[in-house]
Design a protein around this ligand. Structure first.
Ligand SMILES: Nc1ncnc2c1ncn2[C@@H]1O[C@H](COP(=O)(O)OP(=O)(O)OP(=O)(O)O)[C@@H](O)[C@H]1O
Ligand SMILES: [Mg+2]
Length: 236
């Protein structure tokens, strides 16, 4: 079955589009054909794709399409997505009417969380939305949280330390979610690839790139391990 993932958080700038491009590059490197659906009308993902094209950095195995309506999202996943091994949907950073469609079409929703209370609240809302949609449509969409833009000093922030107990609290309340162990650090290269450099995995293997790639590989591994044997109601 095609893995259909969606990056969802109502917090603008949470790190959704960055997460989508990092994972896409990793799956493409593994030989998968990846379809990215830009469901954000601000078109950041499409903008990245256009810049990649202008700079002759279009990644192999990745195609980006934009879908701004419920129908076009359904069609992109159901019709176009069939030809791909993996589909990743990039949602808007606001609570749009499309969110229900995006979650309903996915089998896994991932919410990036930066160490800030607003980010946690947005992840909590995403978990609640996934739960509601599962109940409403009789689905079993999974939800994962990934910490991003983490730094060593940032780990001392109260908001950072609050992430794990916050997710554990949601799990205790029987929400179907989990916190991944892998964290995405704050890295210049994660910002720079948005300027049309292609994917992280296309960059020359300097030391910083190697570290970033190890991190993203570990994230994809953890996601796939979870998919293979979901730890439900476990905060990890
Ligand atoms: N781990 C990271 N390290 C460094 N910069 C990051 C990281 N994650 C995200 N950013 C930067 O933070 C900004 C917001 O990230 P991004 O665009 O991925 O968020 P988003 O959730 O898609 O935002 P929006 O809600 O506006 O679509 C961007 O400038 C991006 O380059
Ligand atoms: Mg975005």
């Amino acid at each position: 079955m095609t893995g259909i993932y969606a990056a969802v958080s109502n917090k603008g700038g949470a790190g959704k589009t960055t997460l989508v491009t990092l994972l896409a590059g990793e799956y493409a490197l593994r030989g998968e054909r990846v379809l990215l659906i830009d469901a954000d009308n601000r078109q950041n993902l499409t903008g990245w794709w256009r810049l990649c094209s202008e700079k002759h950095n279009v990644p192999d195995n990745i195609v980006v399409t934009s879908a701004a309506t419920q129908r076009s999202i359904e069609q992109a996943v159901d019709v176009v997505g069939r030809a791909f091994d993996r589909v990743i949907i990039d949602a808007a950073g606001v609570d749009s009417a499309l969110q229900t469609t995006i979650i309903r079409m996915a089998n896994l929703v991932i919410s990036p969380i930066q160490p800030a209370i607003k980010e946690l609240e947005a992840a909590g809302q995403a978990v609640a939305a996934v739960t509601e949609i599962n109940e409403q449509f009789g689905l079993s969409v999974d939800h994962l949280n990934v910490r991003t833009r983490i730094s060593v000093p940032g780990r001392n922030l109260e908001a950072y330390r609050y992430i794990r107990p916050f997710i554990a609290g949601m799990v205790a309340a029987h929400y179907r979610t989990r916190l991944l162990d892998t964290e995405l650090f704050e890295r210049n290269i994660y910002r720079e690839i948005q300027n049309g450099l292609g994917t992280l995995q296309m960059q020359d293997l300097t030391d910083p790139i190697r570290k970033a790639r190890t991190e993203v590989r570990s994230l994809a591994d953890e996601i796939e391990e979870h998919r293979a044997s979901p730890v439900l109601f476990g905060a990890a």
